[in-house]
Design a protein around this ligand. Structure first.
Ligand code: NAP
Length: 361
C-alpha cells in the first residue's frame, strides 16, 4: 500500500478511536475524523489542536450511521480516501433491547461498506473494530476441562433470533459485534467491494484516556473504564468491600489496541484476517492490587480482596493470539503499566468533578 494514506475514521471521539487518531496523525497520515455531531467533535479540536488547519486533519458529521447512504457525503475527499477505519458501534453493558445494539452495529457496518463501494472506489483497505465478543461464547459455561483457549478462529455461537428476544447484554452486545463482523466478511466474500478487509477483535480494553481534560466527571468515561472506577475507586467503597468478580478476564492496553488498528490498516500482510488483540489475563483483583500500589491516597477506598489470588478459577477460558507479535510485530504492554497509567487520571477526573460540583453548589 502507498506510504502516505488518506484515512476516514468513524466514531473518532471514542476512547479507542482517539488513540487511533493520535497515532495516525503522529505517523503523518491525513485523517477525516467522523463523529455523530458537531458537539462531539468540538473537544477533538482542542486535543488534536496541533494538526488543526493542516491538510492532515479534518472532520465530518454522520448523525445516524444506520441510514443507507449515511456516509456518502463524508466519503467525498480530494485527495481520495484509500483506508477506512470503522470503530463506531454502541458499547454499553446496560440491559437494552437487542435492536439498540444490533441496528447501528449491523446496518452501520453494511451501510459504510455499501457507501464505500458506491461512492469511494479508491478505498483499498477497510478495518472494522469488532470484539472478543464476536469470538467467545458468553452464554455457555466459562469453565471447562481442559480450559477453552479462544483464538481468532472461534466465533460466538449466538443466533440473531436469541439476541433479538432478550435484553441480556451478554447476548445483545456480543451478537451486535458478531453479526456486524460477519456481515462485513460476507460483503467482501461476495465481491461487493474493491477493498481488502481486516478486523480488530479486542477483549477488555483498558489504560489511559488520551486526553483526560475532555472528561468532566467519572460517569462520562467509556464503558470499560467506568467499570474500573465504579468497582474499585468510587467514593463510598472501602478496603473491606469485595473486589468485583471478573467475567472477561482477558485484556489489551488501549494504546496497543489502537496500534493494532493502525497496523491492520497499513500492513499488506494484515489484509483478510481477524486480529484478536489478546495481551493476557487481567482480573479485577489484579487491577485492585495495581491501583492500591499506584494510588496510596486511595488505600482507604480501594477494596483489598485477596491480593495473592489474582487468577481465575481453574478451567476458566483463556485466549491466545501469538500472530499479533509474529505477524504484526506488536508487543503488548503488561497489565501493570495499563492500570497504573490509568489510575492517576481517574483520581484527577474525580477531583475536578468534585471541585466543579462544589463551585456550583
Ligand atoms: P466509546 O468510547 O463509547 O466509543 C464508541 C464510539 O461509537 C463513539 O464514537 C460513539 O459515539 C459511537 N457510537 C456508539 N453508539 C453509536 C450509534 N448508535 N451510532 C453511531 N455511533 C455510535 O467506546 P470504545 O470502548 O472506544 O469502543 C469503540 C469500539 O471498540 C466499539 O466498536 C466497541 O464495540 C469496540 N470494543 C471496545 C472494547 C472495550 O473494552 N472498550 C472491547 C472490544 C471492542 P457517541 O460518543 O456519539 O455515542
Amino acid at each position: 500500500m502507498a506510504k502516505s494514506h488518506r484515512i476516514l475514521l468513524t466514531g473518532a471521539n471514542g476512547y479507542i478511536a482517539q488513540h487511533i487518531l493520535w497515532q495516525l496523525l503522529e505517523e503523518g497520515y491525513s485523517v477525516r475524523a467522523v463523529a455523530r455531531s458537531e458537539s462531539k467533535i468540538e473537544p477533538l479540536r482542542k486535543t488534536f489542536g496541533k494538526w488543526l488547519g493542516t491538510p492532515q486533519l479534518d472532520f465530518g458529521v454522520v448523525p445516524d450511521i444506520a441510514i443507507p447512504g449515511a456516509f456518502d457525503a463524508v466519503l467525498q475527499s480530494d485527495p481520495p480516501f484509500d483506508i477506512v477505519i470503522h470503530t463506531a458501534s454502541p458499547f454499553k453493558l446496560n440491559p437494552e433491547a437487542g435492536s439498540f445494539f444490533l441496528d447501528p452495529a449491523i446496518k452501520g457496518t453494511t451501510g459504510i461498506l455499501s457507501d464505500i463501494a458506491r461512492v469511494a472506489p479508491s478505498v483499498r483497505r477497510v478495518v472494522i473494530t469488532s470484539s472478543f465478543a464476536a469470538i467467545a461464547d458468553f452464554l455457555g459455561p466459562p469453565i471447562s476441562n481442559p480450559a477453552k483457549v479462544y483464538t481468532r478462529d472461534d466465533w460466538n455461537p449466538i443466533t440473531l433470533e436469541a439476541a433479538l428476544a432478550t435484553d441480556n447484554v451478554m447476548a445483545t452486545y456480543p451478537a451486535s459485534k458478531k453479526f456486524a463482523e460477519k456481515a462485513a466478511w460476507d460483503f467482501v466474500k461476495e465481491g461487493k467491494g474493491n477493498f481488502e478487509l481486516a478486523t480488530v477483535n479486542p477483549p477488555g480494553v483498558y489504560g489511559p484516556v488520551l486526553d483526560p481534560s475532555q472528561i468532566a466527571k467519572p460517569e462520562d468515561l467509556n464503558q470499560s473504564t467506568v467499570l474500573i472506577y465504579d468497582g474499585l475507586l468510587k467514593p463510598g467503597l472501602k478496603p473491606s468491600d469485595p473486589v468485583p468478580s471478573t467475567y472477561i478476564n482477558l485484556y489489551v492496553d488501549v494504546r496497543d489496541c489502537a496500534r493494532a488498528h493502525v497496523l491492520a490498516a497499513t500492513l499488506p500482510e494484515a489484509a483478510g484476517k481477524r486480529w484478536f488483540t489478546c495481551a493476557g489475563e487481567l482480573t479485577y483483583q489484579g487491577m485492585a492490587n495495581y491501583l492500591r500500589e499506584a494510588l496510596p491516597e486511595k488505600r482507604d477506598v480501594i477494596p483489598i480482596g485477596d491480593p495473592e489470588n489474582t487468577g481465575m478459577p481453574e478451567g476458566w477460558f483463556q485466549g491466545s493470539s501469538p500472530e499479533i507479535e509474529e505477524v504484526l510485530g506488536l508487543k503488548f504492554r503488561p497489565a501493570e503499566e495499563t492500570i497504573k497509567d490509568l489510575g492517576p487520571q481517574l483520581v484527577d477526573i474525580e477531583k475536578r468533578a468534585a471541585a466543579a460540583a462544589s463551585a456550583t453548589a
